[in-house]
Design a binder for this molecule. Structure first.
Ligand code: PMP
Length: 364
């Protein structure tokens, strides 16, 4: 073994060495339906105007510390109740990690709990912060197992419960009453983080319910709305709570280009909302077309992706790759997802190219 290998094995944590990195597939030349991106650009005239704005951004200066411009626009656009603050992250990924770092304790291992399968970064961020992770399996119909969730909360007293609403990778919205029961069960010792990354496609939110619960955090992102490349997420909660989380936030975590682009995009948010509406319509069409294919089970979706079950997911995934279509094979994530595939809803053209390739791969 060379000395660098010895060094790595000595200094890098064994639990980090044991895992595979967050895998991002190389999509060049593919129809990319694996990552829940919005397929639409901003219209050309807006991109030109944004280009002119970015010309004036002072790249030599650190961003302004308060981020007042974006925060005000987030407040106005999202309807954050008076008295509640906004915290910005380099994607909501960073906010998940900040919450874990702020809640991880040295003396006893704090717990992160989430239904499983759900967004993988809940578990990863908990692990990296030195917390224990408890996953509570969804039921076979992919709904929350509320009694099991409540029992696990009573047993483990988690500091954080992450609820993806709608859930990734299943696409469904958990029952609002179940979420309320979970928030109430955590009262006094745990935070419920309702992760509304897919809100533009669900149009259901807990934002207006913040004043009902001291322990509620509502998280959003611009990624699924159409700006995945600029990396901006935000969460809203009681100011006392966010003031503590803010101490963990790396300084200047939102760069000046993101700051300028986000302010510009919020000023034209109606364009992004129209694109989301088009994707909701395309989702209905794609679900109907998939449901008409023999042997394909289509799960309900309130997101910009659709979960399906096929007779042989590995085979279908490989055949789609050979047709240059990239979707996500989630069948190995959990036993409830056996033979399941996740498809991001895209433009009508890309959706029908996918459908043609998929129908051909089922037939062959
Ligand atoms: N939450 C959920 C439920 C997600 O699915 C994702 C991304 N796939 C994220 C958060 C992370 O989003 P961002 O791009 O803002 O980091």
């Amino acid at each position: 073994m060379s000395s660098i290998d010895t060094l790595v094995n000595t200094i890098i944590r064994p639990d980090v060495r044991a895992i595979a990195g967050y895998h991002v597939a190389d999509a060049s030349g593919f129809i990319k339906l694996d990552a829940m991106e919005n397929p639409y650009h901003l219209p050309h005239h807006l991109r030109e105007e944004l280009g002119r704005r970015l010309t004036d951004v002072a790249l030599n200066r650190y961003p302004t510390a308060s981020y007042a411009g974006i925060k005000q626009r987030v407040r106005d656009t999202l309807g954050i109740p008076a008295g509640y603050d906004v915290m910005l992250g380099n994607g909501s990924d960073e906010l998940i990690s900040i919450l874990c770092m702020a809640c991880a304790t040295q003396d006893r291992r704090a717990v992160v709990l989430a239904p499983t399968p759900s967004f993988v970064m809940y578990q990863r961020s908990a692990q990296f912060a030195g917390m224990d992770y408890v996953g509570v399996p969804l039921q076979a119909d992919l709904t929350l197992d509320l009694p099991a969730m409540l029992a696990a909360i009573a047993e483990h007293k988690p500091a954080l419960v992450f609820l993806s609403y709608p859930n990734n990778p299943t696409g469904n919205l958990f029952a609002e009453d179940d979420i309320v029961a979970i928030i109430r069960a955590l009262d006094g010792f745990g935070l419920a983080v309702v992760d509304e990354a897919y809100e533009p496609f669900a149009q259901q939110t807990f934002m207006h319910r913040l004043p009902e619960f001291d322990n509620l955090v509502v998280m959003r992102t611009v990624s699924k709305l159409g700006l995945a490349g600029i990396r901006l997420g935000y969460m809203s909660a009681a100011p006392q709570l966010l003031a503590e989380c803010d101490k963990v936030r790396p300084p200047y975590n939102i760069n000046v280009l993101t700051q300028a682009a986000a302010e510009f995009a919020f000023d034209h948010v109606e364009v992004l909302n129209q694109q989301a509406a088009a994707l909701r319509a395309a989702r209905a069409d794609l679900m109907a077309a998939l449901a008409a294919l023999p042997g394909v089970e289509v799960f309900p979706s309130a997101a910009n992706f659709i979960l399906i079950r096929v007779p042989n997911s590995d085979d279908a995934h490989l055949k789609l790759l050979s047709h240059k279509v990239l979707i996500k094979n989630v069948s190995k994530m959990h036993t409830v997802l056996t033979n399941c595939l996740r498809i991001t809803v895209s433009t009508p053209e890309e959706n029908s190219a996918f459908l043609d390739a998929f129908a051909a791969s089922l037939a062959s």
